[in-house]
Design a protein around this ligand. Structure first.
Ligand code: PEP
Length: 252
């Protein structure tokens, strides 16, 4: 039975003191129940702190970006090998904020996923349409194009990635895709990935975009939603824990 995955994306938030309180509360809340996988993707300077805090718990640590390069003259970038040394299990790749504010292309996102996989780190590859795309009826075309680039570059390793469907118009806006809207896109992504792998049972597709304690259960009940990528609500332990509880209740 595949576990659901609930991953928090702290974005550029946190402080040593706030992280300490948040991580301790999350760990206390998940206790020794490992029926749902839980991770927090934290800003790079806090990886060591969170890695220390999580020791002995079921909480996994993730990063928010990775370089496509192994090493060299790439000032400001962090390689997958470096993340590996900090016990990183997951890394977000192609988050819409990186695509939008840092000009990340489909090809670069695919290369970053490859760099992570080469170090045994699971990339959480984010795909999703903008509001303009949706209103132009281009949702399917856009997410399939984004996914196709990652499949093309990563070939038979594709079942080792996690995908996060994050409609850009739902991220940080309080506007959530309805369970039906999300399910529709998840189903087409699953079909696309299934056609590309011999291990369709390993495919994991998270929903992200204003998921919160109130709407998590109905989203996570959808047959093709394998978990959630949580931004704002992952910064408040009680909210994050309620989403985790909803994922446990909706176990695949
Ligand atoms: C995200 O940043 O990936 C995200 C889903 O944010 P939020 O939950 O705040 O919409």
């Amino acid at each position: 039975m595949k576990k659901k995955l609930i991953a928090g994306n702290w974005k550029m938030n946190g402080s040593a003191a706030a992280n300490d309180a948040l991580v301790r509360a999350v760990i206390a809340g998940i206790a020794d129940d490992s029926s749902c996988a839980v991770a927090v993707c934290v800003p790079a300077p806090y990886l060591a702190q969170v890695q220390m805090l999580r020791a002995g718990s079921a909480l996994e640590v993730g990063a928010q970006d990775v370089s496509a390069h192994d090493k060299g003259a790439f000032t400001g970038e962090v390689s997958a090998a470096m993340l590996k040394e900090f016990g990183v299990r997951y890394v977000l790749v192609g988050h819409s904020e990186r695509r939008q504010f840092h000009g990340e292309t489909d090809v670069l996102v695919a290369d970053k996923a490859k760099a992570a996989l080469a170090q045994g780190i699971t990339p959480i590859v984010c795909v999703g349409e903008t509001l303009a795309d949706r209103e132009a009826g281009k949702t399917e075309e856009v997410v399939k194009r984004q996914m196709a680039a990652v499949i093309h570059t990563n070939g038979h390793c594709i079942s080792e990635i996690v995908v996060a469907y994050e409609p850009v118009w739902a991220i940080g806006t309080g506007k959530t895709a309805t369970p039906e809207q999300a399910q529709q896109v998840h189903a087409l992504l699953r079909a696309q990935l299934t056609a590309a792998t011999a291990h369709p049972d390993r495919i994991s597709i998270l929903y992200g975009g204003s998921m919160n304690a109130a709407n998590a259960a109905s989203l996570l009940a959808q047959p093709d939603i394998d978990g959630g990528l949580i931004g704002g609500a992952s910064l408040k332990a009680p909210d994050f824990l309620q989403i985790i509880a909803a994922a446990r209740a909706a176990r695949v």
